[in-house]
Design a protein around this ligand. Structure first.
Ligand code: ADP
Ligand code: MG
Length: 330
């Protein structure tokens, strides 16, 4: 973890074509009986990208990560990771990658230190390397005071950080992390991401799947998976700009009535509900705002907020998935 990489293109979030490709798939396909969990996927990930994988449940994120980790057999197509051809000897890639499964299991009865040692044994980390590395990882993960605590007695956030430390014990250049922060409280999520950012700055290539759109926003590039395919693959701001339409936020006293009233107005492409807040995706916010306002008044629907606002990844993602579903029925 010492090759600091301060590439300005990476900092801006643009994939850097001068960087070497470390993950490359061509028509990668994995079937489970009739289901194509990963369907003809072409993907290039460069050295030192922080690549976010998002998509609804069942989109194929876990299957893709397991294929890249050399843990699943490829049905057809090919994948190369860190120069290894995964169609030939998938297990040969293991020293190069740190894979953290969605249900990563620590040994509950073992202490923090014993867990780290267990994984160090598994990866045949030498004793000299082990001492320096465990110290660094423990401090990195904020677990130094807890080395003697059993894993079962750690908080959810600490468990995830220990799991990450175990994943890093053999110092892999490529990390494949499957929803590492799912179910973790927001503060621990932020801490976990500050560790990821640090690893990124230190030159690691990271592929991380996440259901949280704020996390996707922190990646250099985001791949939106849907039914085994990558429907978009771009830096977060580009993904937001690809969405047809602009956003108007509406908070009304009776949101159900408001939703019904505005849903059919001309120029309203979609209405998304967040608790009691409505997000109207419209073709042109400046033009539609006065029309929405007039209509709400006409219908006597009281509201406390009506304003144009920035599209977040969340709306962009839902809108792109929605577009894809509509295209399928057209
Ligand atoms: N071991 C398996 N056996 C059969 N079907 C599977 C298996 N693993 C995944 N699938 C199916 O493949 C599809 C993709 O699943 P998965 O990769 O877990 O998606 P995600 O991680 O995006 O939720 C789903 O339809 C799922 O049911
Ligand atoms: Mg999954």
């Amino acid at each position: 973890m010492n090759d600091r990489n301060a590439n300005p293109a990476q900092a801006r979030g643009t994939p850097d074509s001068t960087q070497e490709t470390v993950i490359e798939t061509d028509s990668l396909t994995r079937k489970f009986k009739k289901i194509k969990a990963v369907d003809n996927l072409d993907l290039r990930i460069s050295h030192n990208e922080l690549f976010g994988l998002v998509g609804p449940d069942g989109a194929g994120k876990t299957t893709l990560l397991r294929l890249l980790a050399g843990l699943l057999k490829i049905t057809s197509g090919s994948a190369h990771v860190a120069g290894h051809d995964l169609t030939e000897r998938p297990e040969a890639v293991k020293p190069k990658i740190g894979y953290m499964a969605q249900q990563f299991s620590l040994y509950a009865q073992l202490t923090v230190m014993e867990n780290l040692n267990f994984f160090a044994d598994l990866y045949a980390v030498t004793l000299e390397e082990r001492k320096e590395r465990t110290e660094r990882l423990l401090s990195f993960a904020g677990l130094t005071p807890y080395t003697e605590r059993r894993a079962e007695h750690l908080s959810g956030g600490m468990k995830k950080k220990l799991a990450l430390a175990c994943t890093l014990i053999h110092d892999p250049p490529i990390l494949l992390l499957d929803e590492p922060t799912t179910g973790v409280d927001p503060v621990s999520r932020r801490e976990f991401w500050s560790i990821l950012t640090d690893l990124h700055v230190r030159g690691r290539t990271i592929v991380v799947s996440t259901p949280y759109m704020d996390e996707a926003d922190r990646c250099t590039r985001v791949g939106l998976m849907y039914e085994g395919r990558m429907i978009r693959c771009a830096p977060p701001d580009e993904i937001r700009s690809q969405v047809r339409g602009e956003l108007i936020e509406l908070i009304a006293e009776h949101w159900q009535a408001a939703r019904a009233a505005v849903g059919e107005l001309p120029g309203v492409l979609q209405v998304q509900t967040y608790g009691t807040t409505l997000h109207l995706i419209v073709d042109n916010a400046a033009e539609r705002l006065p029309e929405v306002e007039a209509h709400l008044e006409e219908e006597r629907i009281a509201y406390s907020r009506l304003r144009p606002t920035q599209l977040r990844m969340e709306e962009a993602f839902l809108s792109l998935v929605d577009q894809r579903e509509q295209e399928r029925w057209e």
